[in-house]
Design a protein around this ligand. Sequence first.
Ligand SMILES: [Zn+2]
Length: 266
Amino acid sequence: MSTYSDTPRKATDTVQTLPRATYPFDREFYEGLVARRADFELSNSHELTEIGYGFEIAAGQAFRLTLLGGPQILDVGFLSSEDPEEHFFTGGQMAIEGGRISRFTRLWGTPPRSRPLATCIADSLAYTPNERRTRDHFSYGAHCNAHLWHLYTGVHHRPCYDNLRYGFAMLGLHQRYIHDNVNLFQRGGYDPFSGAHLIDESDARVGDHIEFYAETGLFVSVSICPNSGGSDALRESWSDTGPSDPVYPILVEVFDTGASPLGWPY
Ligand SMILES: [Zn+2]
């Protein structure tokens, strides 16, 4: 006997929300760090005017990226300095934190350790809502590369891939250490229906900064993206003219916080 029925199933009247994994977060520890921010001691600083920059940071240090000239997309790759095979992991990040980064978002690394590599402890950016629901600082983009620029515009600019490669080369690491990265000061999102990758002009202004606390020793590579403040239109306008907007310099500062990481699991 057939179980087929052409009677539509009744829609459930309540929307079921799936339970979500809750990862422990010692908020008090991080609020304590923020409260003691004025006591952090500057260890070193570097003004980055173009391309890429690589630096090592010890567990318990923090680093701040500040915009010096205007809105500027920064692609940033993270590797554990204890084992550079362990790197920032977009898939895990999306499942645990979602796609956006702001104060108290942790950046998660790959299995088998599956632990936070860094925690955002400051984000000065003021968000302006828009109808595309895009927002600065996202963790599910990638880095532009020569092949993507050819597809977008038919021309090949110096891409984030080359800048990240340059940054990691400063640390003695070759290009195969370039994996997933975060996109800071990039106002992006995905269209929920088409899945299209959206980029709008960043909300960032001169002086805006974002700061991360290192949960483990890290190798960090920062790229100043040739798409400067970003937008779909800017990206597409390059086919004829090449990049019309300048890229803007940033300040990279590393601080001693005086606080050792909690370790993982807590
Ligand atoms: Zn880029």
